[in-house]
Design a protein around this ligand. Sequence first.
Ligand code: OSB
Ligand code: MG
Length: 374
Amino acid sequence: MKPARIVLREIEMRLREPFRISSGRSHQRRILLVELEDADGAVGWGECVADVTPHYSAETVDTAWLAIPAWIAPVMLGREWDSPEDLRPALELAFRGHPMAKAAVEMAAWHLEAERQGRSLSALLGGSRPQVATGISLGIQDSPEQLARRTTESHEAGYRRIKVKIGPGRDLAFVAAAREALGSQPALSVDANSAYRLDDAPTLAQLDRFELVMIEQPLAADDLLRHASLQPRLATPICLDESITGPDRAEDMIQLGSGRIINIKPGRVGGHTSARLIHDLARAVGIPVWCGGMLETGIGRAHNVALASLPGFSLPGDLSPSARYWEQDIVDPPWTMEQGMVAVPRHRPGLGVEVDRERIEELTVRRLELPSSP
Ligand code: OSB
Ligand code: MG
């Protein structure tokens, strides 16, 4: 593959309902899309998972809009690459940080390679599952009663795991209401998005009685040590999300005992190569992994579904159907779910869905071509 051109687009899309987590709120989304074109005309798409504001992580749409033209495009473009696997080491060497910006382009390159080979992205990545179990992530609701209603609806819709966002003061009563609505069997988990401190261990330990599958990211993203102190004080397994920015952090987590489960988002960890390395590391030591989500459009979702078809993804992913997020998605067909499972389009080349260019054009608020035309 020899990438010749990148088109960056920022699109604006409104979520069907606001999504609230402990670190911020999202409704009107701005999303950076990467279109990578090969010298022979084949095209790959990527989606940057950075948000408008630096609440989930330090990166934003604007920092990615800066990083891609300034530091990523010069590394990638006009060079012959034997494999998309070679991109990650080159990008790591080129400059520090910005894993979300790097991922957007790296994932587009994986899609491009799948198109060139006429294979599905799932097959190219080494996936084997024909379908992936789907969980839903419910944002912080106004009251425990409202959360109980949403929990019941989600269970009835077939989701295989329900995750509830929590934060200080919005935890025990809310989780109790969700558990009561579900009954004792269905899988329930919580996600704190770094809202707690180690001093809150007694409160977090009270969540044990709700038999949660996991508590996701209770403490700060860069704090593996305190997560390691917290884990033995809880019966509930800790799952790390924000903390795991690449394979090294996953190794640290395993060594330190900072958690027992990993949420892998390829868009957060620098791309598919890094995501696969984390998957392999975890699998070797029996740590379950699952594919998280970042309220993606159908493009980012296609990448997540392909990755989640790898054998180690043993827990349901945050891979809700398009209609949960968007009035109209930017892929055709939109992503759907049947009996809590999303089908992996393994018999279609590339992403397995068509990118709706016309729709993207309508939603585009800025556009940049690289190399820039003279
Ligand atoms: O922590 O997993 C998270 C959305 C935005 C930012 C962070 C997170 C989330 C979700 C949504 O939980 C998952 C989804 O895309 O459905
Ligand atoms: Mg999370």
